[in-house]
Design a protein around this ligand. Structure first.
Ligand code: ADP
Ligand code: MG
Length: 457
């Protein structure tokens, strides 16, 4: 009986939980060899397990070793039947024979770009910051090619673009098992294209490959900036998709209008569909994300002091990847050094303090200032650095210039360059104007202090 993706994940989570318990005294073994595994396929009496590296594969398939022995007995217990275990790495997926039966022609391109089953809608926490992007992704996974094409999702790093893209792909794959979905990172697209041009896949046609795909997910499209030949090719592929009603979803670390070094015709195509941004999660959403991550680590949320979790959510408030890194550090630290079951505020503070020190050291940049000023006035970064002179934009721009001087002592000449090529004296006048207004204008004082507070976080 074929198992769905969700069932497979549930089965595997259950198996892993039992393996983890069995290895409670040897948690390193669990973390090194089991933690990153997933269930790739169950067919008849064969269970195929995806592992993170050849080393991991070598260890797990050694039948005389502890890892294999524990896993096979847990599998037998959970499945109530004997299974043969097969371990494969991502690289091997497309040469795997179980796969070849279903797809006789193996992928020549993007063999390593596969959907990560760990990223689903179920474990993506929704909040004000991302609810539109989630809704649109769900809509598209259910009804591709008919509503918004392309869907363009952008955000600062670490806020869930890649997760959402995989979730969309996994959901679509489950709904339309006979359709073909391809996830690619733009970096990978560029590399494969260069490889192709160098004749490494002489008998294959790069463009034709894309004709076989029903849903195309392209991550980090900003990487196409200043790559003219690849852009041209991408433009053709993009048009093929949209013209034939096949869905394309793109992510980027900036809005389409902020993509410099990308041809106008391509950017205007991106704007044809729907672009949505994802923001920084609120503290409450960050807390729910922490909760999800704790549960997915098979740990008990009750063992974590809620004040401690709040401390993490407030101190790693701008980037979910960093928050996750902090949580992993707390778990590592408590398991390895403290051997404690209850994780209190003090322990959490102690374990993440090196990370916070590092964060504090990493210096503020002019870009951070522009970001925060733009967020405060509800504008885009490019409006702030543009030549537009409407009063609200000019005010925000003056404040950003002032903060660059005040916090970074950026030379006037450099400020002028960053802010749309203005001359040295224009910058001095702008900064002086803010300094004067700050003495008496309470609105200005409030704005500057709110923005500075955000910049310190
Ligand atoms: P980006 O691609 O925007 O840089 P990622 O998708 O790689 O960000 O996310 C970084 C990490 O944060 C991932 O492990 C992802 O699972 C997690 N993450 C981000 N947003 C959420 C969310 N809303 N719910 C759960 N996990 C999240
Ligand atoms: Mg990403």
């Amino acid at each position: 009986m074929a198992t769905s993706l969700v069932q497979q994940k549930q089965i595997w989570d259950h198996i892993l939980e039992k393996v983890r318990n069995a290895l409670a005294n040897d948690i390193h073994l669990y973390q090194s060899f089991f933690e990153d595994t997933s269930l790739y396929n169950i067919e008849n009496d064969l269970m195929t397990i995806l592992v993170s590296s050849p080393v991991c594969k070598q260890f797990l398939q050694a039948e005389d070793q502890k890892g294999y022995k524990i896993l096979s007995s847990v599998v037998k217990e959970v499945m109530e039947s004997d299974y043969r275990l097969k371990f494969i790495t991502k690289d091997e997926i497309y040469s795997d024979d179980t796969k070849e039966k279903k797809e006789p022609k193996k992928n020549v391109f993007f063999a390593n770009s596969i959907l990560n089953p760990k990223y689903t809608f179920d474990n993506f926490v929704s909040g004000e910051c991302n609810k539109e992007a989630i809704q649109a992704s769900l809509l598209i996974a259910t009804n591709p090619g008919v509503s918004y094409n392309p869907l363009f999702i952008y955000s600062k790093p670490g806020l869930g673009k890649t997760h959402l893209l995989h979730a969309l792909g996994n959901y679509y794959k489950e709904k339309y098992p006979n359709k073909k979905v391809q996830y690619i990172s733009t970096d990978n697209f560029v590399n494969e294209f260069v490889n192709y041009l160098n004749g490494n896949q002489a008998n294959e046609n790069f463009k034709e490959f894309f004709e076989t795909i029903d849903l195309l997910l392209v991550d980090d499209i900003q990487m196409l900036q200043n790559k003219k030949a690849t852009c041209d090719l991408f433009f053709t592929i993009f048009n093929q998709f949209v013209n034939s009603g096949r869905q394309i979803v793109l992510t980027s670390d900036r809005a389409p209008s902020d993509l410099q070094g990308l041809e106008e015709r391509l950017v205007s195509r991106f704007n044809m569909g729907l672009s949505l941004s994802m923001g920084v999660p609120s503290t409450e959403t960050m807390m729910r994300i922490l909760e999800k991550k704790i549960i997915s680590n098979q740990l008990n949320i009750r063992n974590f002091d809620s004040e401690g979790l709040l401390y993490l959510a407030q101190n790693f408030s701008k980037n979910v990847r960093e928050l996750e890194g902090a949580l992993n550090r707390v778990i590592f630290y408590t398991i390895n050094f403290k051997h404690m079951s209850r994780i209190d505020l003090e322990t959490i503070k102690e374990s993440v303090s090196p990370m916070l020190r590092q964060k504090g050291d990493s210096s503020l940049t002019e870009e951070d200032i522009i970001d925060e000023v733009a967020a405060y006035y509800n504008m885009t970064d490019s409006q702030i650095t543009s030549k537009v002179r409407t009063s609200q934009i000019a005010l925000a721009r003056r404040i950003a210039m002032y903060l660059c001087r005040d916090l970074l002592s950026t030379p006037y000449l450099k400020i002028g360059k960053i802010f749309g090529g203005r001359d040295h004296s224009t910058v001095i006048t702008a900064v002086l104007k803010v300094e004067t207004e700050l003495k008496t204008d309470s609105q200005m004082q409030a704005a500057i202090s709110a923005i500075k507070k955000r910049l310190k976080k």
